[in-house]
Design a protein around this ligand. Structure first.
Ligand code: GTP
Ligand code: MG
Length: 346
């Protein structure tokens, strides 16, 4: 859509494209309407979104009447916080234990495999940034359960969990990695997603030009759990050597907590977002709830998160922190950086 859409608008549009239910579509469309730049050139686009909202509302109504609206997809979780991170892995690797250690979610942890049957979300934090973790049922022999691939597509990051105490450690990894290519995706560990078709290297061992142009990049971070187990760190080194993967990885222990803060910091970095704080004139910054923006987000984008009216009537802003002079006056187009404090003037 060529109306100078912000990265936030593009994210909402991507969510609309990936939506699998009328309600999800409606939520994404309403977000798009809120975020679309409001000027003459975008009037047609605004009208199109409004029409789609009207139609989608009818679909939501129909789904509710026919009863299909009540059919609960056990893998569907609405997105909250700075990003959604889905845990993927073989049975018993410790997915639920990781979510349990970092969030208040009520997860099922058991010594036997297949203890988790549905997606369970919980809110974890990197410093003051909330990041949603979603516990999921295991993947067995590379077979995902219904709804799993959609959940993977919708998540911002997939946390691929393996078990450093398991003999089948490498199999656990390869079966999960195999899922991506089989479903039109290729795993990457970069913050910036390159949707272009000019990858220099072949993807996942494929020769250049074979199929990779059709594969969509998916952010994946590998977590090697149970680093407290005997021989775990030796197994980790062997694992790294044998898999020869470029994916970012880190050893952790859900049991002792070791590595978990580093894991959260890496997820924050990979989400490619910044946090900024609002401030009223003469008052200290509100550090309670930071606003989350994509890297590249502007003062105007932040104003839109506060209220559309604020964005429309924005005259200028004063910002603190980062590379700016304290209290420097900037326009709505100014690109913000992590931890900026912003005073909006309307
Ligand atoms: N030593 C050790 N044991 C762990 C760790 N994390 C999990 N476990 C144990 O591993 C077993 C499986 O943990 P879960 O969290 O239920 O694993 P899961 O991946 O959610 O399992 P499924 O839901 O069946 O796929 C339990 O007995 C946990 O106590 C860890 O860091 N160290
Ligand atoms: Mg589990």
């Amino acid at each position: 859509m060529a109306v100078n859409a912000s990265p936030m608008y593009q994210k909402a549009e991507e969510r609309y494209r990936c939506a699998t239910s009328p309600q999800e579509k409606l939520d994404a469309l309403q977000e798009m309407l809120r975020l679309v730049p409001k000027h003459k050139a975008s009037e047609k686009v605004q009208q199109q979104i409004k029409e789609r909202i009207k139609k989608t509302k009818e679909d939501v109504g129909k789904a509710a009447k026919s009863g299909s609206g009540h059919q609960h997809d056990p893998m569907s979780v609405s997105r909250q916080g700075a990003g959604q991170v889905l845990l993927l892995g073989a049975p018993n690797v410790g997915k639920s234990s990781i979510v349990g250690a970092l969030t208040k979610a009520k997860v099922e942890i058991a010594e036997f495999p297949f203890s988790t049957h549905a997606a369970v979300p919980g809110m974890a934090h990197h410093e003051d940034v909330p990041i949603q973790l979603v516990d999921a049922p295991p993947v067995m022999e590379g077979h995902p359960q219904p709804g799993m691939m959609n959940a993977i597509r919708k998540a911002d990051i997939v946390l691929l969990v393996v078990d450093l105490s398991a003999i089948e450690l490498i199999d656990q990894f390869e079966q999960c990695v195999g899922l991506f290519a089989a479903h039109g995706m290729h795993p990457v560990s970069t913050a910036e997603l390159d949707y272009g078709h000019d990858h220099e290297d072949g993807v996942m061992g494929m020769e250049e030009g074979e199929h990779e142009a059709m594969l969509l990049p998916k952010r994946v971070f590998v977590v090697a759990n149970k680093m407290d187990a005997p021989d775990a760190m030796e197994n980790y080194e062997t694992f790294r050597e044998l898999t020869e993967t470029d994916l970012k990885m880190i050893p952790v222990s859900a049991k002792t907590g070791e590595g978990l803060p580093e894991m959260m910091a890496a997820l924050f970095e990979m989400l490619n977002v910044i946090r900024v704080y609002s401030k009223r004139p003469g008052k200290p910054a509100d550090k309670e709830a930071p606003f989350i923006l994509p890297v590249g987000g502007t003062v105007e984008d932040m104003a839109r998160l506060v209220h559309n009216e604020v964005a429309e009537h924005l005259k200028h802003a004063r910002i603190w922190g980062g590379s700016v002079h304290d209290g420097q006056q900037v326009t709505g187009h100014h690109v913000l950086t992590d931890k900026n404090v912003v005073e909006l003037h309307v």
